[in-house]
Design a protein around this ligand. Structure first.
Ligand SMILES: C[S@@+](CC[C@H](N)C(=O)[O-])C[C@H]1O[C@@H](n2cnc3c(N)ncnc32)[C@H](O)[C@@H]1O
Length: 321
C-alpha cells in the first residue's frame, strides 16, 4: 500500500471509529481487509480504498470499520472488575438506590457479550438479594457482527471455557451440538444496541455503572478525553466507571477520580468517596477453577465502604447480607 493510501485509510478509521493505526500495523490492515475485498468482490485493498475515496458505499465503509475492530473478550475477564462489581459497586448501589430499586448498567464496548453476560450471571447468582429490583444491562458496540453474536448468546467450546468456571457453564448454558447457548433467562437480562462511542450519548439515558473496558486503548488522547467526558455526562453523580487493566482516566480526564485501593474503578469527582472490602468473587471462588485473587485487591479493607456494607446489612429488603 502506498503512503497516500495508508494515510487516507488511517484518517478514515480515526474519523469513523476513533481507531489509531500506525504504519507498523500495515500487516493488520492486510489480514483484516483481504476478506472484506473478497466479500465485496473487489480485487485488492487498494481498490477498497479507491471506493472509499468515492464516498458512495456506506456498506463498504461500515464493513471496513468493523473489520478493523479488535473484538477479543471472555467471561469474567480479569476477574477483579467482577469482584468489585459484586462486592463494592452493588452493595453501595443497592444501598443508595433502595428507594427506587432500579439499576442501569452500561457495557460500552460489549463486543460478543461475555462482559454483559458475566454481569448478568452475577446478578442472577445474587437474585435472593435483588427481589423487587429492576436491573437493566445495556450492551453496545460499533460492530453489528459482534452485536448479532452477543444477541444469539452462542459460544464455541473454547469460548465458554475461557474464564467461565465449569459449574457456571453447566448452570447457565445449554449445549447445542458442538456449541453452547446461554439460557434465555440470562440472555433476556441484556439489551444490545449498535452504538458508536464517537456519537452523541443523549439517547442512552443515565447509568449507575459503566463498564468501558479495553476499547480506549485503541484511541488517541483527545478521543479518550472526549469519550470519558461524554461518559461522565451519562453517569449518575454517585455512579461507577470501570476501565480495562491498561486504561486510566489519570492525566486524561478530570471529571473522574480514582477509588482508593480499587484499580480500574472510578467515580465522578466530588462524589462520595466510598470504597470497600474486596473479596474474590464468590461464585468463581466456589467453583475452585479460578485462582484466588491475591494482594491488595483481594483483601483491601477501606473504611468508607465498610460503612456502606454495614449500612447494607441493615436494609430489611435484602435478606442475608
Ligand atoms: C477488545 S473489545 C472489548 C470487549 C470487552 N469490553 C472486554 O473488555 O472484554 C473492544 C470492542 O470495542 C468496540 N469498539 C471499537 N471502537 C468502537 C467505537 N468507536 N464505538 C463503540 N465500540 C467500539 C469493538 O468493536 C470491540 O468489540
Amino acid at each position: 500500500m502506498n503512503a497516500m493510501d495508508f494515510q487516507f485509510l488511517a484518517a478514515f478509521l480515526k474519523e469513523r471509529s476513533g481507531l489509531i493505526v500506525t504504519a507498523d500495523k500495515e500487516y493488520l490492515i492486510d489480514s483484516r481487509l483481504q476478506p472484506v475485498a473478497r466479500k465485496f468482490e473487489l480485487k485488492s485493498i487498494e481498490e477498497i480504498i479507491s471506493v472509499l475515496r468515492g464516498g458512495r458505499d456506506a456498506r463498504l465503509a461500515a464493513a471496513v470499520t468493523e473489520a478493523m475492530t479488535t473484538n477479543e473478550s471472555f467471561f469474567f475477564r480479569d476477574k477483579v472488575p467482577f469482584e468489585l462489581f459484586q462486592d463494592v459497586m452493588l452493595p453501595t448501589m443497592l444501598d443508595a438506590r433502595r428507594a427506587r430499586k432500579h439499576l442501569r448498567i452500561w457495557c460500552a464496548a460489549a463486543s460478543t457479550g461475555q462482559e454483559p453476560y458475566s454481569l448478568s450471571i452475577i446478578l442472577k447468582e445474587m437474585a435472593a438479594k435483588l427481589g423487587g429490583w429492576r436491573t437493566d444491562i445495556i450492551g453496545t458496540d460499533i460492530s453489528s457482527a459482534v452485536i448479532e453474536k452477543a444477541k444469539s448468546g452462542i459460544y464455541s467450546q473454547f469460548e465458554v471455557q475461557r474464564g467461565l468456571p465449569v459449574q457456571l457453564m453447566l448452570k447457565y448454558f445449554e449445549q447445542k451440538g458442538d456449541v453452547w447457548q446461554i439460557l434465555p433467562e440470562i440472555r433476556s437480562m441484556v439489551q444490545y444496541r449498535l452504538f458508536n462511542l464517537l456519537e452523541d450519548y443523549a439517547s442512552l439515558g443515565t447509568f449507575d455503572i459503566v463498564f468501558c473496558r479495553n476499547v480506549l486503548i485503541y484511541f488517541d488522547q483527545p478521543t479518550k478525553k472526549a469519550i470519558l467526558e461524554r461518559i461522565a455526562r451519562t453517569m449518575a453523580p454517585d455512579g461507577y466507571l470501570v476501565l480495562g487493566a491498561a486504561e486510566t482516566v489519570v492525566g486524561i480526564c478530570d471529571a473522574f477520580q480514582t477509588v482508593p485501593e480499587q484499580r480500574g474503578l472510578y467515580r465522578l469527582r466530588g462524589s462520595d468517596e466510598s470504597s470497600g472490602i474486596v473479596r474474590p468473587f464468590a461464585p468463581l471462588r466456589a467453583q475452585g477453577s479460578a485462582p484466588a485473587v491475591t494482594g491488595a485487591s483481594a483483601t483491601a479493607v477501606v473504611g468508607g465502604l465498610r460503612a456502606a456494607t454495614d449500612r447494607l446489612a441493615a436494609i430489611p429488603s435484602i435478606p442475608g447480607r
